[in-house]
Design a protein around this ligand. Structure first.
Ligand SMILES: NC(=O)c1ccc[n+]([C@@H]2O[C@H](COP(=O)([O-])OP(=O)(O)OC[C@H]3O[C@@H](n4cnc5c(N)ncnc54)[C@H](O)[C@@H]3O)[C@@H](O)[C@H]2O)c1
Length: 441
């Protein structure tokens, strides 16, 4: 089948490349001419593991191409996917739908023959109806169906998630559209991926409700971590004990510095705004948002305490800047709150991140960076782990200890075992791990 993918960001590029790998012919369209030029020249505008080879193979096979032009690929498309951004609108937290509506206005004049318009962007309830109305108004003659097809992939594991999802959600009442969508995702039948057909509004809400639920899980375990620190329990033991209950499940129960990223913060803000719009207060969602914001702001105090009560004249080596490992995405990363707060308290911050430094420097222009983790910790007063990249899990701690001015590790991702690190002579501060001196009965 022929697909036009509008928006070639984290979701559009991965989805387009994966659909082409299934054998479909995909044209990725983006209004950002520089991005398209870069893709055409064979390099990727984002870092996502495995994506470079997937894109190169499918371009080579003639199934994947890139353009800024709407006309030809839309004329030919059996399905058009909208994967443009839906960032938070300034002021009220509602999703900014201008990119979605612009894209709808862009495709409408070019639709030819029966075409499915599938909205992959995360959009508030009723947006599919609005897109339907926009296209219908511009093209009363067009034969099309607007289908909600929210995307659940995670950055860092996006290809695996796209090719082996837990479920595919397709919101439509149109039987022809169902057939087209089934055919597009047919290769996933081999893995017996459940395809859930729902109403459009339910599909729209499933995406927000899922993200809000996962964000709630993270926030819940973060609160338990605070409690653990005070009452002498280990949050990792608590999380494991909870997670073995299949009704709870172990994922998203890792305590840390608060969630960030391009999705959770904006999606829970949008869900709260949707609730308000319908006069249904979403108190849990609003609380999760507030607790998570406060958590990021509370983290620098841990660093101050570990450094003896003051950061004046101290150098903090920060390992990890992106909101999670295996991505270059810095959107809403906890580092964007924590690093400036450390600097404001008099610290000099030097950072290293395998893929996030270029973007981080744009957002924090004064940020000093290092070429590798060991150069980062050289002469520093403490090592602060903010993102759990694999390469930080197995550092040569003897080398780290020699390089540091004082042997202090603040590990906001709990990637080291406190006892092992303490045995090497470090002062170790994790998250949700009681002080070693806590009086045990
Ligand atoms: N990033 C994720 O992990 C993820 C996961 C699931 C769902 N989503 C959702 O998917 C959507 C896209 O997210 P993203 O992270 O890929 O965004 P992104 O910002 O990385 O990419 C969006 C792209 O759309 C392009 N664009 C905007 N308006 C356009 C137009 N009118 N015509 C053509 N191109 C246009 C932009 O230039 C940009 O390249 C959002 O709604 C997001 O919430 C994201």
């Amino acid at each position: 089948m022929r697909i036009a993918m509008i928006g070639t960001g984290y979701v559009g590029l991965v989805s387009g490349a994966c659909f082409s790998d299934f054998g479909h012919v995909v044209t990725c369209i983006d209004s950002d001419a520089a991005k398209i030029r870069q893709l055409r020249s064979g390099s990727l505008p984002i870092f996502e593991p495995g994506l470079d080879a997937l894109v190169a193979n499918n371009v080579e096979a003639g199934r994947l191409s890139f353009t800024t032009e709407f006309a030809a690929p839309i004329h030919a498309a059996d399905a058009i996917f909208l994967a443009v951004g839906t960032p938070s609108r300034r002021g009220d937290g509602f999703a900014d739908l201008s990119y979605v509506y612009d894209a709808a206005r862009g495709i409408a004049p070019e639709i030819k023959g029966y075409t499915v318009v599938a909205i992959k962007s995360t959009v508030p309830v009723g947006t599919n109806d609005e897109v339907d109305a926009i296209i219908r108004k511009l093209r009363p003659d067009a034969d099309f169906a607007v289908v909600s097809n929210p995307e659940f992939l995670r950055e860092g594991a996006a290809i695996e998630d796209f090719k082996r999802p837990d479920r595919i959600v397709i919101g439509t009442d149109d039987e022809r559209a169902r057939r087209v969508m089934r055919e597009l995702y047919r290769p996933l039948f081999i893995n017996e991926t459940p395809i859930l057909f729902t109403g459009r509004r339910a599909a729209e809400l499933i995406k927000y409700a899922s993200n809000a639920f996962l964000a709630t899980k993270i926030t819940f375990i973060n609160e338990m971590a605070d409690l653990c620190e005070k009452c002498g329990a280990d949050v990792q033991e608590v999380a494991r004990g909870m997670g073995l209950d299949r009704r709870i499940a172990g994922k998203f129960l890792h305590a840390g510095p608060g969630f960030g990223g391009s999705c959770f913060p904006k999606d829970i803000a949008a869900l709260a705004a949707i609730g308000q719009h319908y006069g249904v207060p979403t108190k849990i969602v609003a609380t999760v948002m507030a607790v998570n914001d406060a958590r990021k702001r509370a983290m620098p105090a841990k660093v101050v305490a570990a450094c003896g009560g003051s950061l004046h004249g101290k150098t903090i080596a920060v390992l990890g800047l992106t909101f999670k490992p295996n991505t270059d995405d810095m959107r809403e990363a906890p580092s964007l709150v924590i690093v400036p707060a450390l600097e404001a308290q008099g610290a000099r911050v030097r950072a290293y991140d395998p893929h996030g430094m270029e973007e981080a420097r744009k957002l924090m222009p004064r940020l000093e960076t290092a070429a590798d983790p060991y150069a980062c910790v050289e002469g520093a007063d403490a090592m602060l782990i903010l993102t759990e990249w694999d390469q930080f899990r197995a550092l040569d701690l003897d080398r780290v200890k020699t390089a540091l001015r004082s042997p202090v590790i603040i590990d906001l991702r709990n990637i080291y075992r406190p006892a092992e690190v303490a045995a090497k002579g470090f002062t170790y501060v994790g998250v949700g791990i009681a002080d070693a001196n806590y009086p045990r009965p």
